[in-house]
Design a protein around this ligand. Structure first.
Ligand code: NAD
Length: 480
């Protein structure tokens, strides 16, 4: 059975304690590889390697770092097919999605930040005869990057690429649920000539391998994407040490449909924004609010399309939805469907597992599920489910829908469908979310900022926001 290894000081290493965890293929519900169950000893080796590499890496010119990172990007591109297969097997997502979204985006994350550092500029403030000021940015040193399982290589590289580009050395931990592509990335980094110790990847659980990263005094900044509870714990651990923190956390995103929308596009895109990646994208719109005058028509068209979504093995050409990531997650999502029923919801379609045949009979498949008839304040509508489950709720006015949209603890993303541009801008300003899409969903320009407010996080990633997070800026004031 394939054994994943840690990547420390430019080498692939067994975990210091020699212990491994099972890694599951969710499409079959079977163990297919082993992952290091790393501990503080492994993290210490990684921090030592990163510290040793930092003077050399940070002294390189932006162009030199850019060249190495572009080589990694090129190798991700050359290995796109192999990486997509690995991602799909590890996560359960349709292979097509991994091929067209996850891996291309991982490639672009590297090339985007590799070129962004060539064009970055800092402010200069002229005080005339009194002198002038400029901002001097320095890399922080050793930083920690911790990522979740839903978009494994995509989100892993979204953190480590800006950290490396800015001149830091990284100790990174991918999710123990989906470690494979991060492991393959370590091989590509070696091939690309990434100097030893610049990027270190330690595999293992949150408590075993993540905790020693966040509490290590030499790890000066933490960029974390994952659940709100974990984010809270990380903030509590890291804040007393005054570490820089970027936290990208959970969401419960509203998808607001006004009667004057482009109906067909709103229905079609809402199916995607509800169920892409089995609903396991932090940006999925899980609460669909529909203006009452089109509620029934929208519901009918939406449910019809959802019923046509084929759930199947991720490798299947016609599978629109694959398996959810793990048995525990499947049980959590099914638990929420039961809760929705208890809370008075009616299941319009779905609501059950979607068993497959033959070798895939042990996999974790759930039907896309649409629920109506729930209060906007109930738990189903307030808590993050992070699976293929959405609720439909009618509304009568802009004021009412804003109240419902803003009623959760979260504030990550929102989608607004209307042809009335005044209203679109008004509602965009009124929704408490860090990311708003009007008449579209998941359209991304990597230069724009990304992140949530309230319990969805602290700080912003994306573009120069991410690069600057990984620097310590100082103002220099000079008088002639
Ligand atoms: P999680 O919080 O359980 O785990 C995320 C990562 O944190 C994993 O690598 C895990 O091992 C690690 N971790 C756990 N405990 C830790 C500890 N004590 N110290 C250090 N690291 C620790 O989240 P998950 O289940 O992997 O991911 C799903 C969540 O991620 C959802 O809530 C989803 O909304 C969120 N998410 C947010 C965004 C965003 O950009 N805001 C993007 C994707 C996913």
């Amino acid at each position: 059975m394939k054994k994943i290894q840690n990547y420390v000081d430019g080498r692939l290493l067994e975990p210091a304690g020699g212990k491994y965890l099972d890694n599951y293929d969710p499409s079959r519900g079977k163990v297919y590889s082993l992952i290091p169950d790393s501990s503080s000893e492994d993290v210490q080796l990684a921090v030592d390697a990163a510290k040793k590499a930092f003077p050399g890496w940070s002294a390189k010119t932006a162009k030199e770092r850019s060249e190495i990172m572009n080589r990694v990007s090129g190798l991700i591109h050359e290995n796109l097919g192999r990486l997509a297969e690995a991602e799909s097997l590890d996560n359960g997502k349709p292979l097509k999605l991994a091929k067209t979204v996850d891996i291309p985006r991982a490639r672009d994350n590297f090339s985007f930040f590799a070129t962004a550092i060539l064009h970055d500029e800092d402010p200069f403030y002229n005080m005339g005869e009194s002198g002038f000021n400029y901002t001097l940015r320095k890399p922080i040193g050793v930083v920690g990057c911790i990522s979740p399982w839903n978009l494994p290589l995509y989100l892993f590289t979204w953190k480590i690429a800006p950290a490396l580009a800015a001149g830091n050395c990284v100790v990174a931990k991918p999710s123990e649920v989906t470690p494979m592509t991060a492991y393959l990335l370590s091989e590509l980094c070696m091939e690309a000539g990434m100097p030893p110790g610049v990027l270190n990847i330690v595999h293992g659980t949150g408590p075993g391998a993540g905790q020693p990263i966040i509490e290590h005094p030499e790890v000066k900044a933490i960029s974390f994407t994952g659940g709100t509870k974990t984010g809270e714990h990380i903030a509590r651990t890291a804040a007393p040490m005054f570490k820089k923190l970027s936290l990208e956390l959970g969401g419960k995103n509203p998808n607001i449909i006004f009667a004057d929308c482009d109906f067909d596009k709103a229905v079609k895109t809402s199916v995607l924004s509800s169920f892409a990646n089995q609903g396991q994208i932090c940006l999925c719109g899980s609460r669909i609010f529909i203006e009452r005058s089109i509620y029934e028509t929208f519901k009918k068209a939406f449910v019809e399309r959802v019923k046509a979504l084929k759930v199947g093995p991720p490798q299947g050409e016609d599978s629109k939805m694959g398996a959810v990531v793990s048995q525990a997650h499947m049980e959590k999502v099914l638990g929420y469907i039961e809760l929705a029923k208890e809370e008075g919801g009616s299941i319009l379609t779905g609501g059950r597992t979607a068993p497959q045949e033959g070798e895939f009979s042990g996999g974790y498949y759930i039907e896309p599920t649409v629920i109506e008839g729930l209060e906007y304040t109930c738990r189903t509508n307030q808590e993050e489910i992070f699976g293929p489950v959405v609720t439909l709720t009618p509304f009568d006015s802009e004021e009412e829908v804003l109240k419902m949209a803003n009623s959760t603890a979260y504030g990550l993303a929102a989608t607004i469908w209307t042809h009335n541009l005044n209203r679109a801008h008004r509602v965009a300003a009124g929704v408490d979310s860090g990311i708003i899409w009007i008449n579209c969903w998941l359209v991304r320009d990597l230069r724009t900022l990304f992140g949530g407010m309230k319990a969805s996080g602290v700080g912003r990633e994306g573009g120069y926001e991410a690069l600057h997070f990984f620097t310590e800026p100082k103002n220099v004031c000079l008088q002639f």
